[in-house]
Design a protein around this ligand. Structure first.
Ligand SMILES: [Zn+2]
Length: 376
């Protein structure tokens, strides 16, 4: 990965390059960013830059032997640790990152903005909880005890350190505090608040901002495999709220699938059509977790927009034209008090979907809750 392959975020890139040039590279850095941000991509681009033989003002050269290897994620001095689960071949403790490097590299090439669920799904671990097991801390210490093979720096990238087993986290405290010379830890986290303070206090935190609407617009428009209109690209940028992963998912989804589902769902809630709601619950279950989360997310977003638009007409201006009509109509039948009752219910459902609650029961329960508010 090169800096130039990441859209925008010039400030962050500059700061990282400056640290190398001025010889002030912190030995343990925490790349904190929300899901769908460039935190992993940025750590990869930074590690390419660190060992580039001809680093430029704005990026690694991309052609030297070191860059070539880094761009394929096969540089011998760049180590990866990431959450895993047991397989038929490896028991939980033995299922450590180095056993899955082939799949990991393929995942990086395909879904650099992916989340842990994408990684799990890719591997066939979809219903498993992925963690970084205790054994991994021993492997980290061992890998870093060797001198760098080719590069100046030895880099240890830990993806989602928040999934570390407590013993694993405790097992790296010492080396994180005092790593061997020219060793750089890059912890890439989506939830730094879940990390032990003993870990965070040993790292220098770099916040990776979410992508701008413009960056998302440009990326989705530039895709070769799918052509979308400017309107759709704006709409996606607006819905994604800086989350590139979500934006790319939306591009590949047939037009407004969640939107249609949402509108139909609300209609059935308003009319209290129980048998139809049961069918929708089946459908909700069948479509999988990605869709479930997206639907709930889009629903609370639409409700919030409606709430704002009932109080302030100007706020409607950010909403794409296609959505305006619905939001206005929706606002006229659903008072702001009612919306304020429904939004927390949806957020709660989202929380439970993430934690693998039974989707069908959850959806039906939520629908009946909304129907009750609608008819009150
Ligand atoms: Zn290079």
């Amino acid at each position: 990965m090169l800096f130039s392959q990441i859209p925008g975020l010039t400030g962050v890139k500059k700061q990282l390059i400056e640290s190398v040039k001025s010889n002030h590279v912190a030995h343990a850095q925490l790349f904190a960013g929300k899901e769908g941000s460039a935190n992993l991509a940025m750590a990869l681009a930074f590690s390419t830059y660190l060992n580039c033989e001809n680093p430029g003002e704005e990026d690694a050269c991309g052609v030297c032997a070191s860059c070539q290897k880094n761009m394929k994620y096969i540089h011998p001095d760049v180590n990866f640790v990431f959450p895993t689960s047991a397989t038929t071949k490896f028991k939980r403790e033995d299922a450590t990152s180095e056993k899955f490097l082939v799949e990991w590299r393929a995942f990086l090439k395909k879904s650099i903005y992916g989340n842990v669920a994408d990684w799990a799904m890719d591997f066939g671990w979809e219903n498993k909880q992925l963690i970084i097991p205790r054994q991994e801390s021993r492997n980290i210490v061992k890998a870093l005890s060797l001198k760098a093979f080719e590069g100046t720096y030895k880099v240890m990238i830990i993806w989602l350190p928040e999934t570390m087993n407590v013993n694993a986290a405790n097992g790296i405290l010492k080396i994180l505090e005092e790593p061997p010379k020219n060793t750089i830890f890059l912890l890439v986290s989506n939830a730094p608040n879940l990390l032990l303070t003993t870990i965070t206090s040993r790292t220098q935190q770099l916040n990776i901002p979410s992508f701008s609407d413009d960056d998302i617009f440009n990326v989705t428009k530039a895709l070769e495999e799918v052509q979308i209109t400017d309107d759709r690209a704006s709409q996606i940028a607006y819905m994604a709220e800086g989350n590139m992963r979500l934006a790319l998912e939306l591009v590949h989804e047939s037009d407004n699938e969640t939107d249609d589902f949402f509108k139909n769902w609300m209609r059935q809630c308003f009319t209290y059509n129980f048998s139809e709601l049961v069918q929708l619950a089946d459908e909700f279950q069948k479509r999988g977790k990605g869709f479930q989360k997206e639907l709930l997310d889009a629903s609370s977003k639409t409700l919030r927009e409606t709430l704002i638009s009932t109080q302030n007409v100007d706020a409607l201006s950010r909403v794409p034209d296609a959505e305006k009509g619905f939001i206005e109509k929706f606002g006229s039948v659903f008072s702001s008090e009612k919306i304020m009752e429904v939004v927390p219910k949806i957020s709660e459902a989202y929380y439970h979907v993430e934690r693998n609650a039974n989707p069908k029961i959850l959806f039906l329960d939520l629908s009946l809750g909304i129907a009750k508010v609608a008819r009150s």
